[in-house]
Design a protein around this ligand. Structure first.
Ligand code: ADP
Ligand code: TZD
Ligand code: MG
Length: 556
C-alpha cells in the first residue's frame, strides 16, 4: 500500500480548494463574497493567498482574466451562486474568446435540489450553463486552462462538497492538478522549412503579430525573427509594444496599404477574424498567401486557406525558425519597403497636423497627445483602453514600448473591462496603470473605483467625457424631452465620484492641465480620476466601426 494512503487525514472542501490553489502556485483570488463561499474567501486569506474583493463579479472576472494573460497562469475568480456566477460568466466567456487563461470557481446549490428543481436559494444548473462559454466546465475536478489555446475554465463547488468532511486521499488528487504549466508543443521541422521557403519567395512580405504572440512571452525570439528577416510588421492592438512602436520595421502607419498589397503574410498568434476583415476583400488581395503560427490546429484554414501552417507554441516555433534561418535568406524587396515608408511618412504628417492643433474644447487628438507625451517617459506603465472613439484614437496615438502593456476591449470589442483589467494589472505587477476610458465605457465598471481606493492601487482613470456613446450631441428624433439613446448626462463630474472614497479627482478642460495632473497623479502612486472634457461633436458614430451598423432599407 502506498505511503500516502497511510497519511490520510480529514479535511473539507474549503481547505481542499485552498490547498489545491497553493499547490498550483496561485497567490491571488479575485472575487465577491457571499453564500456559500464567504468562508472560502476568509480561509484563503488566512492561509496567505491575496484576496481582492470587488463590487461586481464581472470586474473580478476581468481582473482574473487579465492577470492570467499577464502571468501565463490562470487568474482565479471566486463567485457566489446563480446571479453572482452569471455576472462572472461575462468575464469568463470574454476570457475564452480572447484566449486568456482563467478559472472561475463558483459556489452552487446542492445538486439534488437543482436537479429536481426544488427551488433552492440561488438555484441554477451552473456547470451546464457554463459549458458553451468555456474550454471546459467541471464539478470539482481538474483541467488545465493553459494547455492548448488558453481560455476560461469553470469549476463548480457545491455546498455539499464545501462543507463535507472528506478524506484527503479520496478527494484531492483530482483537484490538485488545476494549472500545471502547459508542455511545449514543438513544430514539425518540415512546416518550418515550408514557411521559410514561402517567405523567401515573397515580393511583398508582411508579419502580423497578435496578442497570442504577446501572451507567449517569447519577446526576444520574436524580435530576433522580425529583425533578421527585415520583414515589415503590423501589431494587433494588444501586441503593440512587443517591438517598440517606433521600430523602423513597424508598418502600423501604413496599415491599409500593407493589408491590401502584401503577397505573403505571416500571422503569429493572430486570428483572421473580424479585426482583420476575415482575411477577405476589399481589405485583402485574393491572391495573398499565408503562413500561420498558432497553437490551435483548428485555427488553420478557418477563414482563408493557409499555405504554410506552423502548429506549435510560439516560443518553440520562433526557436525553430531562428535555428534554421540563414542570414539574408529572406530579404524583402526595396520597392516594397520604399512604398511602405512613403505611405508611413504621408500618414504620419497628416496625423501630426491633427495632433498639433489646439482646439477648444479638446478633441481626441489633443487630449491623447498629452497622455502620449506623459507616457513616453514611462514605458513600464500599463495602459487600459476602452470606448469607441476613445479606443480607436487611443490605439493609434498612444505608442507602446514594452510588451503586454496595452490591455483593451480585445476580440469582442466589449465594454466593461476597464476597472477590472486595471485592478488585475496593478495587483499582479505592482506597477501604475492609466485607464483611458470613454465616459460610457467607464460606467460599466465605474463602481470599482471604490475597490481601487480600498486597496490603495496606483491607478489613474482618465474619463474622456464627451457626454455620450460616440458623441454627446445626438437629438431625440421625436422632439421630446428625453435624451437620445446615445446621450449621457451633460457636464457630469466623474471626478467627484472618486472623492467619495478619498481618492483624488481632477476636472480638466485643456491639454496642459491634463499633462500636469496626469504627471502629478502618476508620481503620487495614489488612486486618481481625471474628468477630461472632450468636444461632444468630436467623435464619430461607432468610432472606426461605422460599417458594422446595419442600415435601414426603408428610409430614415
Ligand atoms: P489578435 O486579436 O491580437 O489578432 P487573436 O486573439 O485573434 O489575436 O489570436 C491569438 C491567437 O494566438 C489564437 O489563435 C491562439 O490560439 C494563439 N495563441 C495563444 N497563445 C499561444 C501560444 N503560446 N503559442 C501559439 N499560439 C498561441
Ligand atoms: N455593451 C457592451 C458590453 N459592449 C459594447 N461594445 C456595447 C455595449 C456597445 N458599445 C460599443 O461598442 S462602444 C460603446 C458601447 C456602449 C461606448 C462608446 O462610448 P464611449 O466612447 O463614451 O465609451 P466614445 O469615445 O464616446 O466613442
Ligand atoms: Mg463618450
Amino acid at each position: 500500500m502506498p505511503n500516502e494512503m497511510n497519511s490520510a487525514s480529514i479535511t473539507d472542501g474549503f481547505h481542499l480548494v485552498v490547498d489545491a490553489l497553493k499547490l498550483n502556485g496561485i497567490d491571488t483570488i479575485f472575487g465577491v463574497a457571499g453564500i456559500p463561499i464567504t468562508d472560502l474567501a476568509r480561509l484563503a486569506q488566512a492561509e496567505g493567498l491575496r484576496y481582492i474583493g470587488f463590487r461586481h463579479e464581472q470586474s473580478a472576472g476581468n481582473a482574473a482574466a487579465i492577470a492570467g494573460y499577464l502571468t501565463k497562469k490562470p487568474g482565479i475568480c471566486l463567485t457566489v451562486s446563480a446571479p453572482g456566477f452569471l455576472n462572472g460568466m461575462v468575464a469568463l466567456a470574454n476570457a475564452t474568446t480572447n484566449g486568456f487563461p482563467m478559472i472561475q470557481i463558483s459556489g452552487s446549490s446542492d445538486r439534488a435540489i437543482v436537479d429536481l428543481q426544488q427551488g433552492d436559494y440561488e438555484e441554477l444548473d451552473q456547470m451546464n450553463a457554463a459549458k458553451p462559454y468555456t474550454k471546459a466546465s467541471f464539478r470539482v475536478s481538474k483541467h488545465a486552462a493553459i494547455s492548448g489555446r488558453p481560455g476560461g475554465v469553470y469549476l463548480d463547488l457545491t455546498s455539499e462538497v464545501l462543507g463535507a468532511t472528506l478524506d484527503t486521499n479520496a478527494a484531492t488528487r483530482s483537484l490538485v492538478r488545476v494549472v500545471e504549466p502547459a508542455p511545449r508543443q514543438f513544430p514539425d521541422p518540415e512546416s518550418i522549412k515550408r514557411a521559410i521557403d514561402l517567405l523567401a519567395s515573397a515580393q511583398r512580405p508582411l508579419i502580423i503579430l497578435g496578442k497570442g504572440a504577446a501572451y507567449a512571452q517569447a519577446d526576444g525570439a520574436i524580435r530576433a525573427l522580425v529583425e533578421m528577416t527585415g520583414i515589415p510588421y503590423l501589431p494587433m492592438s494588444m501586441a503593440k509594444g512587443l517591438l517598440p512602436d517606433n521600430h523602423k520595421q513597424s508598418a502600423a502607419a501604413a496599415r491599409s496599404l500593407v493589408l491590401a498589397e502584401a503577397d505573403v503574410v505571416m500571422l503569429i498568434g493572430a486570428r483572421l477574424n473580424w479585426l482583420l476583415a476575415q482575411g477577405k476583400g476589399p481589405r485583402w488581395s485574393p491572391t495573398t498567401q499565408f503562413v500561420q503560427v498558432d497553437i490551435s490546429p483548428t485555427e488553420i484554414d478557418s477563414n482563408r486557406a493557409i499555405a504554410a501552417p506552423v502548429v506549435a507554441d510560439i516560443g518553440s516555433a520562433m526557436s525553430a525558425f531562428l535555428a534554421v534561418l540563414k542570414p539574408g535568406q529572406i530579404q524583402p524587396k526595396a520597392a516594397w519597403l520604399n512604398a511602405i515608408s512613403e505611405r508611413k511618412q504621408h500618414n504620419t504628417e497628416r496625423m501630426a497636423a491633427h495632433l498639433n492643433a489646439s482646439p477648444n474644447p479638446m478633441n481626441f487628438y489633443s487630449s491623447l497627445r498629452s497622455i502620449r507625451d506623459v507616457l513616453a517617459e514611462k514605458p513600464d506603465i500599463y495602459v487600459v483602453n476602452e470606448g469607441a472613439n476613445t479606443l480607436d484614437f487611443g490605439r493609434d496615438i498612444i505608442d507602446m514600448r514594452q510588451p503586454r502593456k496595452r490591455l483593451d476591449c480585445g476580440t469582442w470589442g466589449v465594454m466593461g473591462i476597464g476597472m477590472g483589467y486595471a485592478i488585475g494589472a496593478a495587483v499582479v505587477s505592482g506597477k501604475p496603470v492609466v485607464a483611458v476610458e470613454g465616459d460610457s465605457a467607464f460606467g460599466f465598471s465605474g463602481m470599482e473605483i471604490e475597490t481601487i481606493c480600498r486597496y490603495h492601487l496606483p491607478i489613474v482613470v482618465v474619463v474622456f467625457n464627451n457626454g455620450g456613446i460616440y458623441r454627446g450631441d445626438d437629438l431625440n428624433r421625436s422632439g421630446g424631452s428625453d435624451p437620445s439613446p446615445t446621450v449621457l448626462m451633460k457636464n457630469a463630474r466623474y471626478d467627484k465620484l472618486i472623492e467619495a472614497f478619498d481618492g483624488t479627482g481632477y476636472h480638466v478642460t485643456d491639454p496642459r492641465s491634463l499633462t500636469k495632473v496626469l504627471t502629478d497623479s502618476l508620481a503620487s502612486r495614489k488612486p486618481a480620476l481625471i474628468n477630461c472634457i472632450i468636444d461632444p461633436t468630436a467623435g464619430t458614430e461607432s468610432g472606426h466601426l461605422q460599417n458594422l451598423n446595419p442600415q435601414s432599407q426603408v428610409g430614415k
